[in-house]
Design a binder for this molecule. Structure first.
Ligand code: B12
Ligand SMILES: *[C@@H]1O[C@H](CO)[C@@H](O)[C@H](O)[C@H]1NC(C)=O
Ligand SMILES: *[C@@H]1O[C@H](CO)[C@@H](O)[C@H](O)[C@H]1NC(C)=O
Ligand SMILES: *[C@@H]1O[C@H](CO)[C@@H](O)[C@H](O)[C@H]1NC(C)=O
Ligand SMILES: *[C@@H]1O[C@H](CO)[C@@H](O)[C@H](O)[C@H]1NC(C)=O
Length: 139
């Protein structure tokens, strides 16, 4: 008798725990806008919609966009200390001699102002309604 009460108590507790986890986290992916700006060549902007999972990194959304959209291509190199460094987007590559690079900017969904994240594409975790801007520019 006692063990039956104990067992139903435990299963009820387990149910509460599981439903708690399910409501706390979100599943599936959400769209996020990503715009490519070439501030050196003055080429027209290109905007893509990429899917990002809950707390997913920007690099993941970019990889999935590359897999599903033949118009979007990018390359990166692995930096020993900081991880993925974005080298080229749609065939346009940064060049040390010319001091050009792809700058990561984010127009935040919160207040619309443009920030320059202090981490790269492998560490940045976009928030819902963030607008990612890859800006080809000079340093
Ligand atoms: C100079 C510099 C740059 C230059 C590098 C130009 C060059 N070829 O020399 C430029 C302007 C390109 C640059 C860009 C960015 N940078 Co920077 N950069 C620096 C800085 C001031 C010095 C690096 C250096 O010369 N070290 C000495 C050399 C001898 O060592 P090295 O290992 O060869 O250095 C290389 C790496 O540092 C690499 N690198 C530079 N920045 C970044 C950023 C990332 C994410 C990666 C993977 C590699 C990388 O480029 C250097 C030259 O090849 C450091 C801060 C510091 N004081 O260390 C920040 C620093 C490394 N950068 C930082 C960031 C965030 C960026 C950007 C993401 C900024 C942005 N929002 O766009 C972009 C990279 C975007 C991309 N394309 O992926 C952060 C990285 C922090 C982190 N944990 O991710 C640092 C630490 C500054 C900070 N805000 O705290 N950067
Ligand atoms: C992406 O941009 C389009 C056009 O400006 C806009 O209608 C849409 O709401 C944006 N989507 C997101 C997820 O911000
Ligand atoms: C391209 O996008 C940037 C960033 O959103 C914006 O400042 C700029 O006005 C846009 N340029 C054009 C031609 O639409
Ligand atoms: C806008 O929000 C960002 C963080 O999302 C913050 O860093 C920045 O200071 C805010 N800017 C203004 C003008 O409120
Ligand atoms: C891109 O870089 C240029 C040059 O640094 C800058 O003037 C411009 O404001 C940047 N673009 C955006 C969208 O912030």
């Amino acid at each position: 008798m006692m063990s039956m009460i104990m067992a139903s108590f435990l299963s009820a507790a387990l149910l509460l725990l599981v439903s708690g986890i399910l409501t706390e986290k979100e599943y599936g992916s959400k769209p996020i806008n990503l715009t490519i700006v070439n501030s050196i060549a003055n080429a027209p902007n290109e905007t893509y919609s990429a899917d990002i999972v809950f707390r997913g990194i920007l690099l993941g959304a970019m990889r999935r966009l590359q897999q599903t959209n033949a118009d979007f291509k990018f390359t990166y190199r692995d930096d020993l200390n900081y991880g993925p460094f974005l080298e080229s987007v749609n065939g346009v590559a940064g060049d040390n001699a010319e001091h050009t690079y792809w700058e990561l900017l984010v127009q935040t969904g919160k207040n619309g102002s443009v920030i320059r994240p202090d981490v790269g594409i492998g560490c940045y975790i976009p928030e819902q309604n963030d607008h990612i801007i890859l800006n080809f520019t000079k340093w």
